[in-house]
Design a protein around this ligand. Structure first.
Ligand SMILES: *Cc1c(COP(=O)(O)O)cnc(C)c1O
Length: 374
């Protein structure tokens, strides 16, 4: 097989989906899969078969979700910069809900809905000013992040929603960040939502839906020990800490925790290069196939598949071929003595790997391969 390529373990994907479903179903929680984590159609059709909804952040993601069979009432549309064309597209397909990120967006959705003779379901995306304690590039719920409507502007948002006749604001949405491993962040989120519920009750706005976003982290260092995220701990925390109202549907938007561990980026060693300072392993995958390390210093487990079990370990800097110094997958990575032609696996790349690929340096798009299915 030509390297680099994305390898997907569909059995692990299915086991993960079974776990998500059973743990979420126990509390009657609704899970939408965040397409931006991985929108590979083969993976999507499996995810769809487990009856998850879809969380989309662009018109093209809505189109992809529809193509693979997600039903419009199962599709939510988030994003801080929805274009008029994307809003119209969502309205024309009668998607379930727009997660609305500003007062101006409420007015724009209302106007477009009016022109199409529609009424849009809207969830107000609220910025709760909670620190997700994750990398600052994937923190979204602090006051200086671009996402959502600040708590101070909620009164105005409610007044506006009451005036506008082509939106129905019956939900709130919060997503505070990604790769969250400290569960106290989710607890703080619940405390905030409990307060928000009282605020909206005072405003006489009935919240039929609460959408708590995604963000559940995965174990990038020990993907085999923790192949499936702690969905039970995650959902049961929300069940305990959230003051749910009668007939209220609670939604989540999980991306990473569903697909990260089922993917590996497979690559060959092109060169082993010793310098005064260090020893480099130059592989044929780069930041064009996996941007996370360059973009937010993400760490992935790296394995030499050609030398499993060999003991003579050394420390290498694992780098790609792209003309950028940030094109580095790991420093001081312990691998058995590595040689040109060895097959290298970069683990846990199922989320934000293939979807963030680029053609920088005029690279060809890496293909995907899948484990055989029964
Ligand atoms: C990215 C994103 C998600 C998914 O986040 P994960 O960390 O992959 O679970 C959910 N909701 C919104 C609004 C997002 O932007």
């Amino acid at each position: 097989m030509d390297t680099p390529y994305y390898f997907y373990d569909l059995g692990l994907l299915r086991r993960t989906l079974e776990a998500v479903r059973s743990e979420a179903d126990a509390f009657n929680f609704r899970v939408h899969y965040a397409l931006k984590a991985n929108s590979n159609p083969k993976l999507l059709s499996i995810i769809r078969a487990y009856n998850l909804g879809a969380d989309c952040v662009s018109g093209n993601e809505i189109a992809r979700a529809l193509e693979v069979g997600f039903a419009p009432p199962d599709i939510v549309f988030a994003g801080v910069g929805k274009t008029d064309a994307e809003i119209a597209y969502g309205l024309n397909h009668d998607i379930f809900c727009f997660n609305c990120e500003s007062l101006q967006e409420l007015e724009v959705i209302d106007a477009i809905a009016a022109s199409l003779g529609k009424c849009a379901n809207v969830a107000l995306r609220i910025n709760p000013n909670i620190d997700a304690e994750t990398h600052h590039h994937i923190t979204t719920g602090l006051n200086d992040n671009k996402f959502g409507i600040g708590i101070g502007d909620l009164g105005e948002a409610c007044d506006l929603a009451r005036r506008l006749t082509h939106i129905k604001m019956n939900a709130i949405h919060l997503h505070v960040g990604s790769q969250i491993t400290n569960f106290s962040v989710f607890f703080d989120l619940c405390v905030c939502v409990n307060e928000l519920q009282r605020f909206f009750e005072q405003q006489n706005i009935v919240l039929e839906h609460i959408n708590l976003g995604g963000g559940l982290g995965v174990d990038y260092l020990e993907p085999d020990t923790h192949a499936i995220a702690d969905f039970r701990g995650y959902f049961s925390l929300f069940d305990k800490a959230l003051e749910r109202r009668k007939n209220q549907q609670v939604h989540f938007e999980l991306g990473r925790s569903i697909v990260a561990q089922c993917g590996s980026l497979m690559s060959r060693v092109l060169y082993v290069k010793k310098t005064q300072a260090t020893e480099f392993v130059v592989i044929d995958a780069g930041m064009t196939e996996l941007l996370r390390p360059a973009l937010y210093q993400a760490v992935h487990l790296i394995e030499n598949i050609s030398r499993v079990g060999e003991a003579n370990e050394r420390k290498y800097n694992i780098v790609g071929p792209i003309c950028e110094s940030s094109d580095c997958f790991g420093k001081d990575v312990s691998l058995p003595k590595t040689e040109r032609g060895d097959l290298i696996a970069i683990r846990s790349t199922g989320a934000y790997g293939e979807t963030m690929a680029s053609e920088y340096n005029l690279r060809s798009k890496a293909k995907a391969f899948y484990s055989p299915e029964p």
